[in-house]
Design a protein around this ligand. Structure first.
Ligand code: ZN
Length: 266
């Protein structure tokens, strides 16, 4: 599956002519250790899988290429991890949003695949206060609903890194990227209150915190389907600026911006 969009400029021109207001979707991944069995690019592959499914389901979405390096400082103890500062990531997202606005795309949804990118919340908070249309997806609530729908057994607290969720999505979208052995690398560390001060290596030797042994491609497919459905409310928020109450009642519409059947639905 493609990570980089294959659109030409003519494709984008045609989309702009045919649809209503466009909403750009920017996947933000990372390049950080994911234990012995998952690639450094796991968060990028996950963010791109979510964004790609969203773009396939909602005609108003313009899919952007991913940001592939972000704020992974807590993983610096492991070889291969590369980070940029929060200030740099802040500037990258702000610059991309400004560029999009200059070309007529007013709304941007950032699809974040890495929990350490706290700064993305601030980017959205500041941008919307200035009157720009922006959102950050998925929220913890969206992940929780998708987790329950997919039958993921590990709680979100326990499934922190390279666990059941990430391994399931990769088994579904990029099975060739999952190395043998993930069935035997489960490790739990629910109390991580000093993570910011001590980094991940204070809590795990392998780099895994979660239960990848429970992962399956079927769970990955259902997780993505749940997130695609949840995205509908975000689309309403950034295109209409409606209140949450009215958005909630609109989230299940099937016309126009609503989700359409895709191969990810089950
Ligand atoms: Zn990850």
């Amino acid at each position: 599956m493609h990570v980089i969009p294959a659109d030409t400029t003519e494709d984008v021109r045609a989309q702009a002519a045919g649809a209503g207001p466009l909403v750009a979707v920017l996947p933000v991944g990372s390049f950080e250790q994911h234990g012995p069995c998952l690639p450094l690019a796991t968060d990028t592959l996950v963010a791109c899988a979510i964004a790609r499914e969203i773009a396939a389901a909602y005609p108003a979405v313009r899919l952007l290429p991913p940001v592939t390096v972000s704020c992974s400082h807590e993983h610096a103890a492991w070889p291969g991890t590369v980070s940029i500062s929060a200030m740099t990531l802040h500037a990258v997202v702000r610059d991309i949003a400004a560029s999009l606005r200059r070309s007529g795309v007013e709304a941007l949804v950032v699809v974040n695949g890495h929990g350490g990118n706290y700064v993305l919340g601030n980017v959205v908070q500041e941008s919307t206060a200035e009157g720009h249309r922006m959102a950050l997806f998925p929220s913890a609530e969206d992940w929780e609903a998708a987790r329950e729908r997919a039958g993921v057994e590990t709680s979100l607290l326990s499934d922190m890194h390279a666990g059941e969720i990430e391994t399931s999505i990769l088994l579904h979208c990029h099975p060739e990227s999952v190395r043998p052995g993930h069935e035997s690398t489960d490790f739990l560390a629910d109390d991580r209150r000093h993570l910011l001060s001590l980094g991940m290596s204070a809590y795990t030797d392998s780099g895994v915190i979660g239960r990848p042994s429970l992962a399956s491609a079927e769970k990955g497919e259902k997780l993505l389907a749940g997130l695609v459905e949840a995205f509908g409310a975000y689309l309403s928020v950034v295109t209409s600026g409606n209140s949450v109450a009215s958005v909630s009642s609109e989230a299940t519409v099937t016309s126009g911006e609503g989700p359409v059947a895709s191969s990810a639905s089950s």
